[in-house]
Design a protein around this ligand. Structure first.
Ligand code: KDG
Ligand code: MG
Length: 409
């Protein structure tokens, strides 16, 4: 008789930040890992898994990945949404991990094999002032990165997206979630931001020359016309992309941005299905798909989404912040390695304690990753180490305008 799923355990651990991990066990004693971390809403996914999805897995054939995905997605009646899609993603990735382990192959081989020799990654640079930012970029370049996301403080604003608090180590900590009882508050002034950013990119290009790829994340803060103004003002500095210029719920807004500026556009880190991209892809309104494997239902739908995007000359840029665990990162890297339309991979290092909990076989060298050749995802989970780091409630910040009005964070 072929193996069946006998257990699926959900483990929450906080090695420097919270992670939700699914461990699926089969009747022949194999285990597969999935990442179900949803930053600031972790326990909602835990409940979705423990109360609703794990009971449906027991006794199922672990090799029937597509059928299980459809069973959980269509079978719920209530489709989409980040809590459901993160829960389904963890199951899907764990089943791919099991299948590749059974085949004795690294997962990328099951996805079609290597399409490249290395996965180009971008690092993060941040500074409250331009000299501090230049130092931060220099560190990334010294580490071997050929592409860097550049975020900067804005004069007159206490705290903005991507910039650490004044008392933190500005160069090294990008983690926005904080273990506080209430979300931290950042301030925002679009006019001040739009005035300041072009000067910063001028200084960065001047210092680092033409070759270094520069990226910037507007983090959903702008209207379409403000995004056009920003895009145009940054055209002389040849950005690799401008990310999340405007909130993505209204896909049609991107038509205005596309008509107004030639700056390449990346979006989708908060999207959860292919439907969130339909207008963007079919009308070629974006250049990069930013979805995370962890938040978009796993490897199964991500492969379909990226293949669909490929037909419209749109490339991958899988979300890789520190709130995607090393399990989710490994899943992204195997997909990056196999697909044709790979663009770039985000890399925000995990807290040091996380590498104790999730020993991973992927390697980072001279700005590029390789996923490793261990069978499956190539990540293990040290439960004893995980138990040393209990869950801590944490929230992402919120943003307010100068008069106190809530704004998009
Ligand atoms: O959980 C939210 C973070 O992952 C997000 O703010 C990071 O925008 C982000 C990025 O581009 O990595
Ligand atoms: Mg982003």
């Amino acid at each position: 008789m072929s193996a069946v799923i006998v257990d699926a355990e959900v483990v929450v651990t906080c090695p420097g930040r919270n992670y939700v991990t699914l461990v699926v066990t089969t009747s022949d004693g194999r285990t597969g890992l999935g990442d179900a971390t949803l930053n600031g809403r972790e326990l909602a996914v835990v409940a979705m898994l423990q109360e609703h999805l794990v009971p449906l897995l027991i006794g199922r054939d672990p090799s029937a990945i597509e059928d299980t995905w459809q069973y959980l997605y269509r079978g719920a009646y209530w489709r989409r949404g980040p809590v459901s899609m993160a829960a389904i993603a963890a199951i899907d990735v764990a089943l791919w991990d099991l299948k590749a382990q059974s085949a004795g192959m690294p997962l990328y081989q099951l996805l079609g094999g290597a399409s490249r020799t290395g996965i180009r990654a971008y690092g993060h640079a941040t500074g409250r002032t331009t000299p501090e930012l230049i130092d931060s970029i220099s560190q990334r370049v010294a580490e071997g990165f050929t592409a860097v996301r550049v975020q900067t403080g804005v004069p007159g604003l206490r705290r903005v997206y991507g910039i650490t608090a004044a008392d933190a180590d500005a160069a090294e900590s990008y983690e926005p979630a904080a273990a506080l009882d209430r979300p931290d508050e950042e301030d925002w002034d679009t006019a001040a931001y739009l005035r300041h950013i072009p000067q910063v990119f001028a200084a960065v290009r001047e210092r680092f020359g033409d070759e270094l790829a520069l990226l910037h994340d507007a983090h959903h803060r702008l209207t379409p016309s403000e995004a056009v103004r920003l895009g145009r003002s940054l055209e002389p500095f040849d950005l690799f992309w401008l990310e999340d210029p405007t909130p993505g719920e209204n896909q049609a807004a991107f038509r205005l941005i596309r008509q107004g500026t030639t700056v390449p556009i990346a979006t989708g880190e908060v999207f959860t299905t292919v439907w969130d991209y339909r207008t963007l892809v079919e009308e070629q309104l974006i250049d990069y798909v930013r979805s995370a494997v962890t938040h978009t239902g796993g490897i199964t739908p991500m492969r379909k989404l990226l293949d669909y995007a490929a037909h419209f000359q749109i490339k991958s840029a899988i979300h890789g912040p520190s709130d995607i665990s090393p399990v989710g990162m490994a899943a992204a890297l195997h997909l990056d390695f196999a697909i044709h339309n790979f663009g770039i991979q985000e890399y925000m290092p995990h807290p040091a304690e996380a590498s104790r909990v999730f020993p991973a076989g992927y390697r980072f060298e001279r700005g590029h990753f390789t996923p490793g050749d261990a069978p499956g995802l190539g990540v293990t989970f040290d439960r004893a180490a995980a138990a040393e780091y209990p869950y801590r409630r944490a929230y992402l910040p919120v943003a307010r305008l100068r008069d106190g009005t809530m704004h998009d964070w």
